[in-house]
Each structure stands twice: as C-alpha cells, then as structure tokens.
Design a protein around this ligand. Structure first.
Ligand code: C5P
Length: 227
C-alpha cells in the first residue's frame, strides 16, 4: 500500500498528538511529536543555565546546539513513544508548566528551528509518517498528502491541559494554564520564522465539541482517501 505523509498542525493543546498517535498506530506509521523536540531543547537550556526567569542567553544556546542529540524510541507503540535528550529519557520532564513557559521563546530562534526541521525532514524521508506541530504542513512537509489544522476554543484547550497536568500530579492553577496557552498562541502565531498558520491546502477541524473517537474516524477517512 502507498505510504503518505500526514501533517497535523494547530494551536496548543488542541489534541493534535492524540489523533496523530492513533493514526500512526492504526496505519503502522512513525509518529513524531515535533513539539517534544522544542521542549527537549528548552529543558537542555534550563539545565545549562541558558534560560531562566532572569536570564536568556540565546548566544550560548546557539553555540551548544551541536551538542544536543534528540531521539524518539517506541515503547512499544508510537502512542507510548518517549523522547531522549542526549541519551536520557526526558519524556516526563518536558511536560511541566515551567518548560511550557519557556518553550515558545526558544522556538523563535531560527538556528534552533533549522536544526530541528532538518531532523524532522530526515525522519519523514521514507514517508509513512504522522507528525504534529506548528509548521509541519507549511515548512517541514509542504508536499504532505494530508494536512490537518486543528483548533478549539482557548477555554476548552486549557481545561484539557489542566486535567492532563493535574492527573499526573502537577500542582497548577487553571488560570496559569490558560494564560500559558494564550501566551504561546500569541508567540507562535506572530514569530518571524515559521509562524503557526494554516497551510492553504490544510483541512481545518475545530474539535471544541467533537469527541476523540469521531475525530479519529474523520481524520482516518481523510487519510484512507489518499492512500
Ligand atoms: O506541541 P507542543 O505544545 O508540545 O509544543 C510546544 C511549543 O513548541 C509550541 O508552543 C511552539 O512554541 C513550539 N513548536 C514549534 N514548532 C513545532 C512544534 C512546536 O514552534 N513544529
């Protein structure tokens, strides 16, 4: 069967990764969470004193970029894949609100994007890939056979994110989660390099009121139509 490239972009916490993982496991494709890569670079920056509330040393980060190695490992399905930063499993460490606070500024740095986009394109060379992020349909795979652009109201997204964080035991306030989502939307859509926007040939799905099952079947049908 023909293998295609599926690009899923959209605002923060729209459930992109949920549907992307379901598709990858169903179709036997690779799943790449590109946001996890930006988050891992952010964690690296935090661990190396490059970024904190008081300090943003972007020049140091640019110099250290070659020493950052990222890898995804299936566990055993793509829906349970973990990201490794320089050989260490950081899947859990990259999901907290602190990393979320710093990730969008880090993702504005063109040198960071160039490095990560190159790795993402390499992972998609053989097709049979589902990748989610902000610039997948516009920059990483402009020729993807299927492009989805996901959206939902900020309130709905914050509710989902808040539940995710509190379910894993993080102590966070709803208003901080909502503020972070709105701030990231703003930085992601207004940055100079590869801003978040719907590709002209992407299919938009607003999932504020759609359940996960229905959403999966809609996107799966769109994929099947192209295979
Ligand atoms: O997808 P997730 O919310 O984990 O992404 C975290 C952040 O990484 C986004 O808010 C955005 O700033 C950045 N990102 C990006 N380009 C991508 C994926 C994520 O700029 N392709």
């Amino acid at each position: 069967m023909k293998k295609i490239t599926i690009a899923i972009d959209g605002y923060s916490s729209t459930g992109k990764s949920t549907v992307a993982k379901q598709l990858a496991d169903y179709l036997g494709y690779i799943y790449v969470d590109s946001g996890a890569m930006y988050r891992a670079v952010t964690l690296f920056a935090m661990q190396n004193g490059i970024i904190s509330k008081e300090n943003f040393d972007f020049e140091k980060l640019k110099k250290l970029l070659p020493s950052i190695q990222l890898e995804f490992k299936k566990k055993p399905d793509w829906s349970k894949a973990h990201i490794f930063l320089n050989g260490k499993d950081v899947e859990n460490d990259i999901r907290n609100l602190e990393v979320s606070e710093f990730v969008s500024p880090i993702a504005t740095i063109p040198e960071v994007r160039t490095k990560l986009v190159a790795q993402q394109q390499e992972m998609g060379l053989l097709k049979g890939v589902v990748m989610d992020g902000r610039d997948i349909g516009t920059v990483v795979f402009p020729n993807a056979e299927l492009k989805i652009f996901m959206n939902a109201s900020a309130e709905k997204r914050a509710e989902r994110r808040y539940k995710e964080l509190t379910d894993r035991g993080d102590s966070v306030k709803f208003k901080d989660v909502l503020r972070n989502i709105e701030e990231r939307d703003n930085i992601d859509t207004t940055r100079k390099d590869s801003p978040l926007k719907k590709a002209s040939d992407a299919i938009e799905i607003d999932n504020s009121d759609i359940n996960i099952e229905d959403q999966f079947h809609t996107v799966l049908q769109l994929a099947k139509d192209r295979i």
